[in-house]
Design a protein around this ligand. Structure first.
Ligand code: FAD
Ligand code: NAP
Length: 535
């Protein structure tokens, strides 16, 4: 039975978003006896896996780890069919979780939060939706996702195009058949890398418009065997605990050697072993790959040699070879991406020097050359980490505007709280390890920290919590210092916001790894929420 903290409010807590973060937050707070309601823009749960239905979409963290661990029964009852589950299976999982914990009764779908204002007098938030509702709650929790606000490039003539335009991040729910059509894919990031081989199987001709070549590793996806699933379930606790001890929350081991301290042969053997294992394991090949550019280039050259091996046409192969730092942008994981360029119906168009000029009625123009298209697929990514937060007009104590406070880049304490914004929490906000980790694991850590904090406040009759300015500045500086010790800041990427014109260039996630972050969060709690003030 829910007992509200304060009868003047409609709910104790409003959560925005019903992806993995919002779903677990709702469940966890409900089980504390708080009254909670969630608003979700989509008409179903699953977040990322609800919106990204493009062909080939699947996770690139292994399914058995890219799943909730908060409930033993759930973990034991759900069977993943593949090493890297495809989007429909992950969406089924999200729906299964929603059914199992009866989440939908507290979620309003097809409703977007557009504004939220904190009232200092009553210490409560008023949340406004695009359905003209105003709802009051003590706490306001943003579970809006790091990769949920689509980057739609403003290309001249886009409205004049007579063909179909699709964005990978808001793919239609019905099946799209590309048979007999000339298709253009704009972008060569993780989404494009998954979609391109699938679209190429159907399209009459596929043109891929590439601005920056990417480092891509094979997934070696495969079905999971019944014995493997049984074994995993028996050892789940230990496996998850081990994964949580790695910087990324993923299970692969990290080699403690430096790349240049070993022989060329040992280096090649290490890279080859990880390439054969598949997935993101290359990340852990040597400890200095993100610290030393010469070490980094040994891994980069290894991947380039694989590309040259896979692609028959020399010129195309060279265009596909990235020349920047490997692991600076997010590593992409593929199934048959490079081999796709050996197909006669696929052409790679370099738009690095001469950007896309315009869309016309009939297609796309690059450097004065026209490409006739029936369909344009934009796999152009997201306004990451801050996009969905700043779409909501959030006003904190004394009318402070979050958009103003973050004008030069986001500033948050632990990626969870923001000074001047009492009773506001973010799940995987800027300054949290979030996108550099297995996100479900990080989400669970955040959700449990926030729920414990609300329980702590309830037990002490506190009505307000606010991140302190000094603690926030200290954390932001710490995040920046760590990031600038690495090569992660050396290229243009969505981590630094450079994919969105006008976005301030700030490395947004915390790069210190999951164990260090979790330890810091635990220390903050042990010191009675050091860096936060309570009323
Ligand atoms: P989301 O899943 O993005 O959910 C946020 C929800 O909030 C959305 O449903 C959105 O509609 C809703 N919302 C946003 N703003 C509002 C508003 N104003 N009002 C109402 N509702 C709102 N991570 C990994 O760790 N491993 C992977 O393999 C992996 N694969 C990925 C593949 C793709 C294609 C993409 C795009 C991302 C992938 N990620 C992966 C990252 C992924 O986003 C996270 O793993 C995770 O799903 C995020 O969950 P979330 O609940 O935080 O956010
Ligand atoms: P992305 O990595 O940002 O890639 C976007 C692509 O579009 C880039 O190649 C970019 O080129 C290009 N682009 C953007 N604007 C352009 C323009 N105006 N003209 C030409 N090209 C343009 O986005 P994403 O592929 O959607 O992936 C985002 C993140 O989501 C990933 O890094 C990952 O974290 C997650 N994800 C994971 C998976 C998975 O395998 N599980 C799948 C999809 C997404 P530049 O590089 O030059 O900017």
């Amino acid at each position: 039975m829910n007992t509200k903290l304060d009868t003047n409010n409609d709910f104790d807590v409003i959560v925005i978003g019903a992806g993995f973060a919002g779903m677990y937050m709702l469940h966890r707070l409900r089980s504390l006896g708080l009254s909670v309601h969630t608003f979700e823009a989509g008409d179903g749960v699953g977040g990322t896996w609800y919106w990204n239905r493009y062909p080939g979409a699947r996770c690139d963290g292994e399914s058995i780890y890219y799943s909730y661990q908060f409930d033993d029964g759930l973990e034991q009852d759900w069977d993943w069919s593949e090493r890297y589950a495809a989007q429909p299976e992950i969406l089924s999982y999200a729906n299964y979780v929603a059914d199992r914990f009866d989440l939908r009764r507290d979620i309003t779908f097809k409703t977007r939060a557009v504004a939220a204002t904190f009232d200092d007098q009553s210490a409560s938030w008023t949340i406004e939706t695009d359905a003209n509702q105003k709802i009051r709650s003590r706490f306001f929790i943003l579970a809006v996702g790091c990769l949920s606000s689509i980057n739609k490039p403003r290309i001249d003539g886009i409205d004049s195009f007579k063909g179909k335009i699709y964005y990978t991040g808001e793919w239609p729910h019905e099946n799209i058949d590309f048979t007999g059509l000339d298709v253009g894919v704009i972008g060569t990031g993780s989404s494009a890398v998954q979609a391109i081989p699938k679209i190429a199987e159907q399209a009459k001709h596929l043109y891929v418009f590439q601005r920056t070549a990417n480092y891509i590793v094979p997934s070696h996806n495969r079905p999971l065997e019944p014995d493997e699933i049984r074994w995993t379930k028996t050892h789940y606790k230990k496996l998850r605990a081990q994964a949580r001890q790695t910087p990324t929350g993923n299970p692969f081991d990290l080699n403690n050697k430096a790349a240049l301290d070993v022989s060329a042969q040992e280096r090649m053997d290490e890279y080859e072993k990880r390439w054969q294992d598949g997935g993101l394991a290359l990340f852990g090949a040597f400890k200095d790959l993100l610290l030393d550019e010469r070490a980094n280039q040994t891994a980069a050259e290894f991947v380039r040699s694989k590309i040259r091996n896979a692609v028959h046409d020399r010129e195309v192969a060279e265009l596909l070879c990235p020349n920047n730092v490997i692991l600076c942008k997010r590593l992409c994981v593929d199934t048959g991406y490079f081999e796709t360029y050996n197909r006669p119906n696929v052409s790679l168009v370099d738009v690095s020097e001469a950007p896309i000029d315009r869309l016309t009625q009939d297609g796309l123009t690059v450097d004065g050359k026209d490409y006739k298209l029936d369909v344009a697929v934009f796999a152009t990514g997201f306004d990451a980490m801050t996009g969905s937060i700043l779409k909501i007009d959030i006003r904190g104590s004394n009318g402070a505007s979050l958009r103003d406070q973050w004008r030069n880049g986001p500033r948050a304490y632990l990626g969870i709280g923001v000074s001047s914004f009492p009773n506001l929490f973010m799940i995987t906000g800027p300054g949290s390890p979030s996108v550099l980790t297995n996100m479900v694991a990080t989400i669970e850590q955040h959700v449990e920290w926030i729920a414990d904090c609300l329980d702590y406040m309830r037990n002490r009759n506190f009505s307000q919590i606010t991140a302190l300015d000094e603690a926030q500045e200290c954390w932001v500086n710490h995040c920046n210092t760590l990031a600038h010790h690495t090569l992660k800041v050396s290229c243009n990427s969505w981590y630094v916001g450079s994919n969105v014109p006008g976005k301030p260039r700030v490395f947004m996630p915390y790069i210190g790894g999951m164990p260090a972050y979790t330890k810091k969060c635990e220390e903050v709690v042990a010191k009675d929420y050091e860096g936060f003030s309570f009323i």
